[in-house]
Design a protein around this ligand. Structure first.
Ligand SMILES: [Zn+2]
Length: 314
């Protein structure tokens, strides 16, 4: 008895930088951090918020002059991080804590380097550990540390650059994707220049890429079907918007292509003609890369498919 090949796995990383203006209030807060000062805002009810609010939660007015708070404070609540993730403030175990800075009535979130969870407690007095090189960002505070810890010698007092009032937040998601057995067969087929779908034994519909089960009947689809690399455009959109990392220059067409013999369309590019010429019913054929994947679909020049031939598959 032969075993099916193991499903394919690959690491996937989704990453982008989110850049935005800090606005007038948080710009002051961040700029002050470069100067080793922490600012809060006094609200209409007399309470001091640190970090400062942009709009007063009571009156909805922007704050007046900001007030200095801290730099020491008290842990209000905390949670231990035994195995820090990439991009977090500290490489070793630390606590995420809500810290109420002296002179403030609200708490701010930051990391506390206490050495061990047993050293953490509500009411712990902490002080900021300033970054040697400061740029006007929340990272100018490396972390907080117990106020009774030996103080590290001050190395550098200078802000390393003028804050520009912008914040760049890297957003990253790293995960391992495991393809289903059907998808794995589909991907292995692509590498050989073949398009492999699966047919449902109950309704007879052919799905590509295969999902492993029929969405209509809920039964496994293990009847493998090889499909031709020609098909029909069932619907499409013209992409006019550019974005970083885009591999095709707009305008271009992303289309739903119904392969001959398939019952569901799949998404692909339609290139090789003016975007304005692409239409529902247009006949197209795959253009393959040398590496064994489909670069895009291109018009074949055949007469258009009639609407009735693909109306059920839109
Ligand atoms: Zn079915």
């Amino acid at each position: 008895m032969s075993h099916p090949p193991a499903p394919l796995r690959a690491p996937l990383e989704i990453e982008f930088d989110y850049t935005r203006s800090l606005g007038p209030v948080l710009s002051q807060f961040m700029t002050a951090l470069a100067d080793r000062r922490i600012l809060g805002a006094r609200g209409a009810d007399g309470r001091v918020h640190a970090p400062p609010f942009e709009y007063d939660p009571v009156s909805a007015d922007p704050p007046g002059e900001l007030v200095a708070v801290g730099p020491e404070g008290t842990v209000v609540s905390w949670s231990w991080m035994p195995e820090p993730l990439e991009g977090q403030p500290l490489a070793g175990p630390f606590a995420w804590a809500l810290i109420r800075l002296d002179g403030a009535d609200t708490a701010m979130l930051h990391a506390v380097d206490a050495g061990s969870a047993s050293a953490m407690r509500i009411g712990l007095r902490v002080r900021p550990r300033w970054a040697a090189s400061r740029t006007g960002s929340i990272h100018d505070i490396t972390c907080f540390e117990p106020a009774d810890a030996p103080a590290a010698p001050d190395t550098q007092e200078q802000a390393s650059r003028e804050p520009d009032g912008m914040i760049i937040t890297p957003v990253r998601l790293h995960y391992e994707h495991t393809a289903s057995p059907g998808e794995s067969a589909y991907l292995r087929g692509l590498a050989e220049g073949r398009l492999l779908g699966q047919r449902c034994g109950v309704c007879g519909h052919v799905y590509i890429p295969p999902r492993g089960t029929c969405p209509a009947d809920g039964v496994p689809t293990d009847d493998e079907v090889e499909l031709p690399d020609s098909g029909t455009v069932t619907s499409f959109c013209i992409v006019n918007v550019g974005y970083p990392g885009q591999r095709v220059t707009p305008p271009y067409v992303a289309a739903a292509v119904l392969l001959d013999g398939a019952d569901i369309a799949f998404q692909h590019l339609v290139l090789g003609c003016d975007p304005g010429e692409v239409r529902m019913g247009m006949r197209v054929k795959a253009v393959w890369n040398d590496s064994g994947s489909i670069s895009h679909f291109a018009p074949t020049g055949e007469p258009d498919a009639t609407y009735e031939t693909y109306a059920r598959h839109l």
